[in-house]
Structures are given as C-alpha cells and as structure tokens.
Write a protein that binds this ligand. Structure first.
Ligand code: BTN
Length: 252
C-alpha cells in the first residue's frame, strides 16, 4: 500500500517533459498553487543544479521533481532548516530501501550512498520582508540509472547501483513525499531538535576527522555543526571556523 500524505503531493502536476521542474514551479507560483504542490517529470531536459551547474538525468530512469511550500513560519535567518528537513527526509526514505548501505548527507545539499552522490537538492526561495513567502524545493534522485558519464562515474551512484535491483519510481516518489511531509511537519510544529538530531546523525564528517580542501590546502578537520543560516562550523587546529558554501571541498 502506498503511504498517504495529507498535503504534500496532493496537488500534482505530472509533465511528460519539461526543461526544469523548478522553473515550472516558479511560473506556477504566480497562480498561488496549494501548499505542497508537486511538479514532476520523468524527462527533464535542462535540469539545474547548485551554483549554476546542470543536472542531467536520463529519461525514465530517475526522479526529478519540485515541491512548493509556503514556510511563513520560518524567519529568513533560519532558511537552512528547510534543506535540513529535506535532507533528513531523503535519508530516512533511502534507509528503508537500503538498510545495509551507508546513507549520509554531504553538506550543504547532497545525499550520498556509500560516499557517492545519489541525490541533489536545489532550494529557491521567494522572500517577503524577513520571512520566506514561498519555497521551491527541487530534488533530483538517482533511482535506476546505472551508467554515468565518465567524469561523474567515480562519485555518482543510484539506488539501483547500491541495491543491485530496479526500484519502482512511483513508489519511491510516494515514499519520498511521505517522508518529506513527516519531517516538514516536525519543523512546522517547532520540533527543530528532532530535525537537528537526525541531521547530525546523517551528516558526513560530523565529529569525525575528514579530509577537506580549504583555500587550496589539504586539511584534516571535523564538523562541529551547521548554523541555522547554513554556514558550516568546522574544528581545525583546535579552533572553530565558519565557512560558506564555496569555501570548502570534501575529499571523498
Ligand atoms: C545539485 O546537486 O546541484 C542540485 C540538483 C537539483 C536537481 C533537481 S531535479 C528537479 C529540480 N529541477 C531542477 O532544474 N533542478 C532540481
């Protein structure tokens, strides 16, 4: 039986093909679609990733979708909580399918299986004063893709590659939505402790030594936390440092 959600994905737009579900969602926002609206396609032709990167997904193999939320309860300073919610939700969903694999979050927006990227999250917010009027949550999840372009092969994976079997795309989508709803409602209900606890449980490098590159130099650091704003707090040479998105590269 498919899990039920109360609002996430209840209003669903399935497109045979679209350039980017995030772009479609941005257009749709002008018509005030319901909270939790889902825009989904199995053929995204011009997917966008973080920092101007592209997101390529072969037709019919993976999930590419966007959700529209109105998180008016969140102050702009806490904007990264949404990323935490979605990351935790995807990890929890993946763990039900792949309980023996190592599922982790790579700050700021990647989900790893056995240290290889299997999902990326692109969150785009519309602001009003100091609150978030609307948020478009774009998710690309590699499900049944087994071949990757040579330059990505060593750092990309999918549920099928890890689980050595095909997965039902529609079922994975429904489970992802249900997991997102569960985590989102926890945040909305004020239980950010739960989200943080789960987030750190999955966070790659949390309180353990990892190799990273900072300002072109290879360093051994450990992650001490992630601020509400999204800044990464690392411990390096016995002192704490606060880093923005582009200031560190993980060596996996
Ligand atoms: C990243 O890892 O850089 C983020 C990738 C986000 C990709 C998803 S696929 C659905 C949605 N539509 C887009 O154009 N991008 C996001």
């Amino acid at each position: 039986m498919m899990p039920e959600t109360s609002f996430v994905g209840k209003h669903r737009i399935s497109l045979p093909e679209t350039s980017s579900t995030n772009n479609y969602a941005a257009e749709l926002l002008k018509e005030n679609p319901p909270d939790g609206t889902l825009i989904q396609t199995f053929n995204q032709t011009k997917g966008r990733g973080q920092q101007g990167n592209i997101w390529v997904s072969p037709p019919g193999k993976n999930l590419t979708f966007s959700l529209i939320f109105y998180p008016e309860f969140l102050d702009i300073k806490e904007v990264f909580s949404l990323s935490k919610v979605i990351s935790v939700a995807l990890c929890q969903m993946l763990e039900t399918y792949l309980p023996w694999e190592n599922i982790q979050i790579k700050w700021p927006n990647d989900i790893l299986i056995n240290q290889k990227k299997t999902a990326g999250i692109l969150i785009e917010n519309q602001l009003e004063g100091s609150s978030i009027k609307a948020s478009i949550i774009g998710i690309g999840l590699n499900v049944n893709q087994t071949k990757f372009p040579a330059e990505f092969e060593h750092r990309s994976t999918s549920m099928e590659k890890a689980g050595r079997r095909e997965f039902d795309l529609e079922k994975v989508l429904m489970d992802a939505l249900s997991s997102v709803e569960n985590a989102y409602l926890k945040l909305k209900d004020g239980d950010s402790h739960y989200i943080n606890r789960m987030y750190y449980q999955y966070l790659y490098g949390y309180q353990e030594d990892i190799k990273v590159i900072i300002q072109g130099k290879s360093e051994i650091v450990s992650i001490a936390g992630v601020e509400k704003s999204g800044k990464l707090i690392i411990r390096m040479n016995d002192s704490l440092h606060y880093l923005g998105f582009k200031e560190l590269t993980f060596v996996l």
